[in-house]
Design a protein around this ligand. Structure first.
Ligand SMILES: *[C@@H]1O[C@H](CO)[C@@H](O)[C@H](O)[C@H]1NC(C)=O
Ligand SMILES: *[C@@H]1O[C@H](CO)[C@@H](O)[C@H](O)[C@H]1NC(C)=O
Ligand SMILES: [Zn+2]
Length: 228
């Protein structure tokens, strides 16, 4: 965890000025190193609760807060997830404007920071993306079955960022691989030369990496993971 954190800060330091639209230009998920897949862990520890305690920093303007609420509202509309204002409970998600758009993966316990920097992260799709990490979802292109759907072009990837592309032993909750998932990276994410870091197969023209909004599949997975 510590290594990931310092790596992240390094990226943020280097990349802060870059806009985050569609492409991933900074590491935005702080991963754990547990052996068991996060979905499986959540399924086991889940007590049939889909309530998540949450607080939003007072540093946001009311316009920014209402954008955050809009994004959170989409989860209420399409899943059984309920974000409930935290009072003084220990475990909670804390939305703050720190140096980038990022989140810890899954429910970490204690205060789980979800950073939405005021300049750069106040977009519906980006907020939904980070909330998905907090709920326990990895990036789509790291799914266990991804090699049937995308080719990772290791030679085009910045070597210090290759861990973002490593395949994981994910529990895919019987949901199909989704190129249009809010959790899919863009084609040139972390590319060192502008060429594809990720190429869809067999049809290389398929679009990947949208950040407009969550898909039906994105919502379906949440409903499965949280037993809605
Ligand atoms: C699940 O519920 C049981 C019984 O209410 C409780 O003892 C346990 O601590 C809960 N586990 C979690 C992870 O909340
Ligand atoms: C490949 O994907 C593009 C973009 O979605 C689509 O227009 C095209 O028809 C596809 N080609 C084949 C052979 O499926
Ligand atoms: Zn991410």
């Amino acid at each position: 965890m510590k290594t990931c954190l310092s790596l992240l800060l390094l990226f943020l330091g280097l990349c802060q000025a870059q806009p985050l639209v569609g492409e991933q230009s900074v590491a935005d998920v702080l991963e754990d190193n547990e052996d068991m897949d996060i979905s499986t862990r959540i399924l086991i520890s889940n007590n049939g609760t889909s309530e998540l305690l949450l607080e939003v920093s007072s540093a946001y303007t009311s316009a920014e807060k209402s954008r955050i609420v809009d994004a959170l509202q989409s989860f209420h509309q399409s899943t059984c997830i309920r974000f409930v204002p935290r009072r003084n409970q220990y475990d909670h998600i804390s939305i703050q404007s720190r140096g980038g758009c990022y989140s810890y993966l899954g429910r970490t316990g204690g205060m789980q920071v979800l950073s939405l920097m005021r300049s750069g992260c106040m977009y519906y799709g980006i907020m939904q993306h980070e909330v998905n990490h907090a709920l326990g979802f990895n990036h789509e292109q790291t799914r266990s079955d991804r090699d049937q759907y995308v080719k990772i072009n290791w030679q085009n990837i910045n070597p210090s960022t290759v861990y973002n592309f490593q395949r994981k032993n994910t529990n895919n909750l019987n949901s199909p691989y989704d190129y249009t998932s809010i959790m899919h990276y863009g084609r040139t994410a972390f590319s060192i030369n502008g060429r594809d870091s990720i190429t869809p197969i067999p049809n290389s023209s398929v679009q990947i990496g949208q950040r407009k909004g969550m898909t039906r599949n994105d919502f379906l997975r949440i409903n499965r993971l949280y037993r809605c």
